[in-house]
Design a protein around this ligand. Structure first.
Ligand code: FES
Length: 268
């Protein structure tokens, strides 16, 4: 008796890299335990299998019963566990774990990486761990503490820096992905303490900062806005800064500051 099996399924394609990024795990330089790894990545999927029996005399139970001696088709749904590394499938999680331990344990070792990164106009070659975020590297490696930490969830905007001239939430960006990127932080704006950037000067003059914690992110976001629109309307400003939260609620002064900054950048 010959049997032909066709497996139809949607492989989600969860990779170790995506897993690390999604989970933000802190395991630099160590092997990830298979139980931990697989509990996060070992997909439990329902697989629809079509089983076709062609051998003479075959009898199987189907919704449309097959005729002895003919061809019968049966469709049923089964649960499979998919290896996140090689996509091999297993009937049980234990079987997947055993496979992972024997075939992929070594591959799960997280490696450091070396990146070339340009920060405020200076290029650097640095070694980073795969789980280091950009805000961690900017603050702890480069000492740029103007990059603030708030929610670390991408919700408050205080960590905003410019990456290749576009706003970027440093708390959600892995440094290892920043190779060949240009990063600009608040420290890169002013020539010195007496020669502020026009945007900083405008925030100073219009009291755009109260406690000042959110200001670096707002100023960097403003720099991007003014690079796109030289005369932003109030609604442009509100829309652009909608991802930057000010705990002091100083929004009216922030909007005035951006308007003055636009005039100063234009040379007014
Ligand atoms: Fe990055 Fe809040 S700390 S968005």
């Amino acid at each position: 008796m010959s049997e032909e099996k066709e497996i139809k399924k949607d492989r989600a394609g969860i990779t170790r890299r995506k897993f690390l990024k999604d989970a933000g795990i802190v395991v630099g330089g160590t092997a990830i335990g298979s139980a931990f790894f697989l509990s996060a990545c070992g997909e439990k999927v329902e697989v629809t299998k079509t089983v076709t029996t062609t051998a003479p005399g075959a009898t199987i139970t189907t919704t449309a019963p097959g005729t002895p001696g003919g061809t019968a088709t049966e469709t049923k749904t089964v649960t499979k566990y998919i290896c996140p590394v090689c996509s091999q499938e297993f009937d049980t999680l234990d079987a997947l774990k055993a496979h992972f331990d024997s075939a992929h344990e070594k591959e799960a070792v997280v490696q450091d990486g070396v990146i070339n990164i340009t920060v405020n106009g200076q290029s650097h070659e640095i070694r980073v761990k795969p789980h280091w975020t950009l805000d961690y590297v900017l603050r702890e490696v480069f000492g740029l503490t103007g990059v603030k930490r708030g929610c670390e969830l991408g919700a408050c905007g205080v960590c905003t820096v410019l990456m290749n001239d576009r706003p970027c939430l440093a708390c959600l960006t892995l440094a290892i992905e920043c190779g060949s990127k240009r990063i600009e932080t608040i420290e890169g704006l002013a020539e010195d303490a007496l020669n502020l950037h026009p945007i900083q000067q405008a925030f100073y003059e219009e009291f755009g900062a109260q406690c000042g914690y959110c200001s670096p992110g707002i100023v960097m976001r403003t720099k991007y806005l003014l690079s796109k629109t030289s005369s932003p309307t109030v609604s442009d400003i509100r829309a652009s800064l909608s991802g930057n939260i000010c705990k002091c609620g100083n929004y009216s002064n922030i909007i005035k500051s951006v308007q003055l900054a636009a005039n100063k950048v234009k040379g007014g």
